[in-house]
Design a protein around this ligand. Structure first.
Ligand SMILES: [Zn+2]
Length: 595
């Protein structure tokens, strides 16, 4: 009896390595995807084809030119649950068993991991949902949450139907259940849900939000004999036009909220939800453009190690990546991946060597140049940093981050003009880098280029909307820039528009109230509790009083900031600049009137 567990144990050790051990790994390359894995080449081609078809289907809602995505996606395809298990996500150290696949977005590379084994959980819903988010977020800013999640859910049931046909909008049981068991949210509520809303954050409410968002997108795409489909495309194209959501809605659909609300209500109550069949072109090219090759042992170790690192398993990942370099010291991707891992473990010297080695063996590896430059910039070796950032940009000109990091390196060397040019380029290539508008805005304001700072602040708010945590500060920058431009009426209008939209519970709201005249200066100062808040209150009050011509009062507040304020704040710099301006005015020769 006592021997039995031992036998089982031996069996376990003998059998498991053999079952998950040496498989030939293949790599299939299609236009937009790299597929690697131990599944058959035929299965890999099928997945590549399916994903390319999915991208093509997105052109129903996005203009073709805007579907481009500079960040590549690698799909790791496993033939069985056994081989997939070590690469499943973990929760509190334990492997999540009930997972068939996932999507891992990344700054420079996305991973899709997928088990092709038919018996496992259907992984496609989550992958298509997340991949749809990735493409949409890459191309659109200011996406209302109902549309973002509604489209992701709508596309999540994507299915291929032969070589040229696909279907989307297959009804999802969990949403049908929600819609049957609860009344719809009022339309206005649905359309105003954002990342801070309880309808998005609370489990008991989120179900209905997702269900109704899906139903609304389903209606606009498939319902009413598809009369609203093109209008939805127009609506998406108008999203960053600067209009409010009501105006955009009215312009795109030609009707007001209640009209579509009634249409949605009638659509949902029928519970029919027709499926949309789409015929695609160009399917033959997709197949022809694919190439296949066997992975080298070093590449195999690299992909496994890199995926484990991205899954948050650095210790395990390191073993694979070191093996990869041991097998082929000239394999640049392996060197970069190990460098990134060591950088995350704060082993900078070792990371630097890895990036250097990668550049030596493959001077065209843009990530090696980028990371090497980042280390150089961190060590204040700006000339070297600038040279390598530039090489990264030459090799991969469509990544916005390369431009902004090069800009920051120039900024540290004091070359503001070069920095601003790069920030402008970086924000036009990647509109998600809205923080660049903030950086540029404060530089322009400090330099007295207030027409530019007004534009930067406007761009920021237009990109992120009023509810973003920095929007109140951008409204302050916009307001003071406009007042310096002597556009006082316009400044006041924008201030009042902002006050109606912004979150009243957040701190700088009181500053905006003071500027609009609805809060006295002494009340503002009482409301400023911390030194940080006082720094801002005194600085903005000083700027305001200076513009009103109350020089002495202004200087009192600005000097408070100089003597007591938080020196890390932009408001501190603004106060110092204003003091210089006011004090130099007093030294100007007096205009004497000769009698
Ligand atoms: Zn989502």
């Amino acid at each position: 009896m006592r021997r039995k567990p031992l036998v089982i144990l031996i069996w376990f050790f003998l059998v498991i390595p053999a079952a998950s051990g040496k498989d030939a790994w293949t790599k299939v390359q299609s236009k937009n995807f790299t597929i690697v894995g131990n599944a058959s080449e035929g299965d890999m081609r099928k997945i590549a084809f399916k994903l390319e078809q999915f991208r093509q289907t997105l052109s129903l809602i996005l203009r073709k030119a805007t579907i481009s995505t500079p960040v590549p996606t690698t799909v790791v395809l496993f033939k069985s649950d056994d081989s997939f298990r070590p690469f499943k996500p973990r929760y509190q150290g334990k492997i999540k068993q009930n997972v068939g696949g996932y999507f891992l977005p990344g700054r420079f590379m996305n991973y899709i991991a997928l088990n092709i084994d038919k018996e496992s959980v259907n992984p496609y819903e989550v992958i298509f949902h997340e991949y749809e988010h990735f493409v949409l977020h890459n191309n659109l800013v200011r996406l209302p949450l109902w549309l973002d999640e509604g489209l992701a859910e709508f596309y999540s049931s994507f299915e291929t139907d032969g070589d040229v046909k696909v279907k989307i909008g297959v009804p999802l049981p969990q949403h049908i259940y929600q819609l049957r068991s609860q009344p719809l949210l009022p339309f206005k509520t649905l359309l105003s849900v954002d990342h801070k809303s309880p309808h998005y954050n609370e489990t008991s409410k989120a179900g209905m939000f997702y269900a109704e968002s899906w139903a609304l997108v389903h209606y606009l795409m498939n319902g009413n004999e598809m009369k609203r489909q093109q209008q939805l495309v127009t609506f998406i194209n108008l999203l960053d036009s600067g209009m409010t959501i009501e105006q955009t809605f009215q312009k795109a659909f030609g009707v007001d909220f209640p009209t579509v609300e009634n249409e949605l209500d009638a659509y949902v109550r029928r519970f029919l939800f027709p499926v949309l069949y789409v015929t695609l072109r160009q399917q033959l090219n997709t197949e022809k453009e694919m190439t296949a090759a066997q992975l080298s042992e070093a590449e195999l170790q690299y992909y496994q190690g890199d995926l484990l690192f991205r899954l948050g398993q650095p210790a395990e990942a390191r073993g694979f990546l070191e093996k990869s370099i041991e097998l082929d010291s000239k394999f640049a991707d392996g060197c970069v991946a190990l460098g990134v891992l060591r950088l995350a473990q704060r082993q900078e010297a070792e990371a630097e060597k890895m990036f250097q080695a990668a550049i030596e063996t493959d001077s065209k590896n843009y990530l090696a140049h980028y990371y090497y430059a980042a280390i150089m910039a961190g060590n204040e070796k700006y000339d070297e940093a600038i040279s390598h950032y530039k090489q990264a940009i030459n090799l991969k000109p469509d990544i916005g981050l390369f431009y902004s990091d090069l800009g920051y390196a120039y900024l540290r060397t004091g070359n503001e003009n070069e920095a601003i040019q790069l920030f402008q380029k970086g924000s036009s290539i990647d509109r998600k880098q809205s923080h660049l508008y903030r950086t540029m805005g404060y530089i322009h304001f400090r330099r007295g280029e207030v027409e530019m700072s007004a534009g930067d602040a406007y761009n920021y708010i237009n990109t992120e909307g009023w509810r973003d945590e920095h929007s109140q500060y951008m409204l302050l920058l916009w307001y003071f820039s406009l007042r310096q431009l002597k556009k006082d009426d316009f400044a006041k209008t924008k201030l009042l528009t902002g006050l109606a939209q912004l979150d009243q519970t957040e701190w700088p709201y009181a500053v905006l109230q003071y500027l609009s005249g609805s809060l006295s200066l002494s009340d503002l100062l009482t409301q400023a509790k911390t030194n940080d808040e006082q720094t801002e209150a005194h600085a903005y009050a000083g700027l305001d009083l200076s513009l009103k011509g109350e020089r002495d009062n202004a200087l009192e507040h600005l000097r408070w900031v100089r003597d007591n304020g938080n020196r890390k704040f932009v408001e501190y710099q603004m106060a110092l600049a204003e003091i210089v301006k006011l004090e130099s005015k007093s030294q100007a020769p007096l205009q004497l009137t000769v009698p």
